[in-house]
Design a protein around this ligand. Structure first.
Ligand SMILES: *[C@@H]1O[C@H](CO)[C@@H](O)[C@H](O)[C@H]1NC(C)=O
Ligand SMILES: *[C@@H]1O[C@H](CO)[C@@H](O)[C@H](O)[C@H]1NC(C)=O
Ligand SMILES: *[C@@H]1O[C@H](CO)[C@@H](O)[C@H](O)[C@H]1NC(C)=O
Ligand SMILES: *[C@@H]1O[C@H](CO)[C@@H](O)[C@H](O)[C@H]1NC(C)=O
Ligand SMILES: *[C@@H]1O[C@H](CO)[C@@H](O)[C@H](O)[C@H]1NC(C)=O
Ligand SMILES: *[C@@H]1O[C@H](CO)[C@@H](O)[C@H](O)[C@H]1NC(C)=O
Length: 460
């Protein structure tokens, strides 16, 4: 009896080690010329007499794009351990929207995709020159950061996302993966350093997470990099859609034998690319610097087939927004910073605490966590449904390290987009990121609490 049980156990372990499968895909999801570009709500991007509309085929409050500089890529990675299948999807867009993700998932499942919704994460790169018109939340539409939803555009993009998911699943083959975290400084800076007494320019998140995905012969299939950086090298005068600096890095990576290069943004709420990173656009002087750091990290990663993955996910209702006197905090403003929140509120007749329901901004985000055990090394990843400031990112990272994860990945701008998450300290300092933190002074604590709560369910 004892012998038989041992035999079963050994067979199980061996088959598990041998059965890791990985699949990747890369789909050109470029939308037609003339779409709004999401990222800036002023200067050349906004109609001249906003809030008076100036309609074109795809735009209402924003100016139509004049074409594209780079394709809008959707890239997908499926990892199948035999026990668990997960799917990561990256999208060259300002963020990820819950309705877009649901739509893509429904299309994919109708065509035979079988990975459960909870095991999928959709990550927006946060390029500020990607497509708009693809999310229904009215606040983003009127801001105007996204412009009004154009169902045809949303459906086209959802189809591309579904195609990427299906192709990655169809491409499953024997492979191996590895994860490591390198450090990278000098390419980003803290953009609140001039505003906040607590922050200096070099208060950035230096963690550069890298997931190496190889085929059965050890050749690179994909490289996923996870770093905190705003996609703001191009300003609002750029009317051609493109992936900004992260798109530039991906293009360089793919010339360096990275396989499909996928970007997952992190706690970039207050982290901008530094000037030297953006120099010499559209090549970006920083792109080869960042790409080289990624490939150096990748070359040090020993991939393994001995992988287990655990997944936890939960939808957490946040309820109506609660500006908690946000507007009072800017009662004397004439323009309220780049968002122009005072004008918007005058137009909309907002109440003082900015109580907005889910027609205005998502409030039922999916929080997800992934635990990777790769040959004994534990990596924890949480998804964050919006823009965490870097001090919040540090708190969440430390929470996971305290749970005995060896490595931590922060999946920012994922699944849903609820705006910024400024910590109480920065909320009180005020300004742009604070005004766009919609659930009051403790928003970041609740984001942190929920990330931690989900991660704990699958901690080592
Ligand atoms: C970076 O560029 C901005 C905008 O062009 C400029 O205002 C700023 O002075 C530059 N900073 C440095 C450190 O060169
Ligand atoms: C996996 O771990 C075992 C035991 O710790 C070790 O002997 C082996 O070298 C590791 N394999 C890889 C690919 O890291
Ligand atoms: C707005 O201005 C009034 C009058 O100057 C002042 O009393 C009030 O404190 C100001 N409010 C803010 C939030 O600065
Ligand atoms: C697989 O990883 C586990 C740790 O999770 C380790 O105990 C085991 O020795 C590894 N198996 C092989 C074949 O390396
Ligand atoms: C709103 O502000 C008050 C006063 O600063 C504070 O006591 C309260 O906890 C805040 N509530 C939220 C939801 O931020
Ligand atoms: C999760 O978020 C909800 C909604 O904001 C909040 O009420 C709750 O306290 C948060 N949970 C934790 C553990 O922080």
């Amino acid at each position: 009896m004892k012998l038989i049980r041992l035999a079963v156990l050994v067979t199980f372990t061996v088959s598990q080690v041998a059965s890791l499968k990985v699949g990747v895909s890369k789909v050109d999801a470029t939308l037609p010329d003339g779409v709004p570009l999401a990222g800036y709500n002023y200067a050349d991007r906004r109609v001249p007499h906003w809030p008076e509309p100036q309609e074109t085929k795809y735009t209402t409050w924003m100016m139509p794009s004049k074409g594209h500089l780079q394709p809008t890529w959707v890239k997908a990675l499926v990892i199948d351990t035999g026990d668990e299948q997960i799917c990561f999807v990256t999208l060259d867009a300002i963020g990820s929207d819950g309705t877009l993700m649901q739509l893509a998932y429904d299309i994919a499942t109708s065509k035979g995709f079988t990975i459960p919704f909870d095991n999928i994460a959709l990550f927006g790169s946060h390029t500020h020159s990607g497509p708009g018109g693809i999310t229904p939340e009215f606040l983003w539409a009127v801001a105007p950061a996204m412009d009004l939803l154009v169902p045809e555009l949303q459906e086209t993009l959802a189809n591309s996302i579904a195609t990427a998911m299906l192709e990655a699943a169809a491409n499953l083959q024997d492979g191996s993966i590895g994860i490591d975290i390198a450090q990278l400084t000098g390419v980003t800076e803290n953009r609140r350093a001039d505003i906040s007494p607590y922050l200096k320019k070099d208060d950035i998140d230096p963690n550069l997470g890298v997931i190496s995905v190889n085929d059965g012969d050890g050749k690179p299939l994909a490289t996923v990099w996870n770093y905190a950086i705003h996609g703001t090298c191009w300003g609002p005068s750029q009317m051609l859609s493109n992936g900004d600096i992260m798109g530039g890095v991906n293009d360089v990576l793919e010339t360096m034998n990275s396989g499909v290069a996928m970007f997952i943004n992190a706690d970039a709420g207050d982290i901008a690319p530094s000037n030297s990173t953006c120099n010499n656009m559209p090549q970006f002087d920083g792109a080869p610097v960042i790409a080289t750091a990624i490939m150096n990290a990748r070359n040090n990663i020993k991939t393994s087939q001995n992988v287990t993955i655990k997944v936890a996910a939960q939808v957490i209702p946040f309820g109506e927004t609660n500006g908690n006197l946000t507007l009072a905090r800017v009662e004397n403003c004439t323009k309220g910073g780049p968002l122009d929140i005072c004008t918007i509120c005058r137009v909309l007749n907002c109440d003082i605490n900015l109580h907005l329901n889910e027609a205005w901004v998502e409030q039922n985000p999916k929080f997800g966590a992934f635990a990777f055990n790769i040959n004994g090394t534990n990596t924890g990843m949480v998804t964050i449904p919006g823009e965490a400031l870097s001090d919040l990112g540090t708190e969440i990272r430390n929470d996971l390290l305290n749970m005995k994860f060896d490595n931590v990945l922060l999946g920012g701008y994922s699944n849903s987009h609820m705006g910024y998450f400024a910590t109480t300290r920065e909320y009180d300092v005020g300004d742009y990121e604070s005004l766009l933190t919609f659930w009051g002074a403790y928003t970041a604590d609740w984001i942190r609490g929920n990330c931690t709560m989900i991660a704990k369910k699958i901690a080592p």
